[in-house]
Design a protein around this ligand. Structure first.
Ligand code: NAI
Length: 245
């Protein structure tokens, strides 16, 4: 039974990550939510408490590799390992290729891809020991189709897919699966800042003709974390209303 194993979610304070935390708690799991925004983590704790659950929260910058690794190792030591890792934290620094700076390229790769690698490497140690693990990374339709203005972001999200397939192949014999969820256009802080015109244009590209909700993504993640998904590995599950088919 995977329910008794610790689930760790990065970028848990808001948006998709927060919805994933709530969905995993509804499945009866022990969940640790990590984020860089302390006050929103505190608010998450309150919301979770009001819903009758409890959540472990840790305020950490996932690009601070020593601190992030130390946090994950401490969680693993306290909970007999990490059972489920959800690499969700992500940022955008959009610009057209000709205007994109090295800093903006590197920063997005650092948060979206490098930190996911660090987390997977750290979590895998206890997963190998326990012969159980689920590594779920939140990619994006941008990593599959590309998206003008997102050279850095698309590269990071495509990178997660390649990384996931390699982890799936390396660790399958240890009963560890690795999969990606690739959301399309989901209503969160990340997309709220886009102009209405862009949102309307995006909807025209979605066969289901609506923007997705954070719960649409969280339910897919919860499925991949569940025992029902035990025979699925190395896959990319789009949650995009048909956008990237
Ligand atoms: P969001 O911006 O609402 O939430 C991201 C969370 O990650 C925030 O709580 C933020 O504080 C945290 N975070 C960022 N940098 C961090 C760092 N260095 N250390 C610790 N935490 C950090 O974004 P949203 O929309 O919830 O996105 C979640 C994931 O889903 C991201 O990986 C994003 O790329 C992906 N995604 C989102 C889509 C959308 O339409 N909203 C579409 C496709 C993928």
């Amino acid at each position: 039974m995977s329910e008794k194993r610790l689930s760790v979610v990065t970028g848990a304070a808001r948006g998709i990550g927060r919805a994933i935390v709530l969905e995993l708690l509804k499945q009866g799991r022990i969940v640790a939510g990590l984020d860089i925004i302390a006050d929103q983590l505190a608010e998450l704790e309150t919301v979770v408490k009001e819903a009758g659950f409890s959540v472990i929260t840790k305020c950490v910058d996932i690009t601070d590799t020593p601190k992030f690794t130390e946090t994950l190792e401490a969680l693993a030591a306290e909970h007999n390992g990490i059972g489920i890792l959800v690499n969700n934290a992500g940022i955008t620094r959009d610009n057209l290729l000709l205007r994109m700076s090295d800093e903006d390229f590197d920063k997005v790769i650092e948060v979206n891809l490098r930190a996911a690698f660090v987390a997977a490497r750290t979590a895998a140690r206890s997963m190998v020991r326990n012969k159980f693990g689920r590594i779920i990374s939140i990619s994006s339709v941008s990593g599959i189709m590309g998206n003008a203005g997102q050279t850095n972001y698309s590269a990071s999200k495509a990178g997660l897919i390649g990384m996931t397939k390699t982890i799936a192949r390396e660790l399958a014999k240890k009963n560890i699966t690795a999969n990606c969820v690739a959301p399309g256009f989901i209503e969160t802080e990340m997309t709220k800042k886009l102009p209405e015109l862009v949102i309307e244009a995006a909807k025209q590209l979605i066969p289901l003709r609506r923007v997705g909700s954070v719960d649409d993504v969280a339910k897919a993640v919860a499925f991949l974390a569940s025992d029902d998904a035990a025979y699925i590995t190395g896959q990319v599950l789009p949650v995009d209303g048909g956008m990237a088919m």
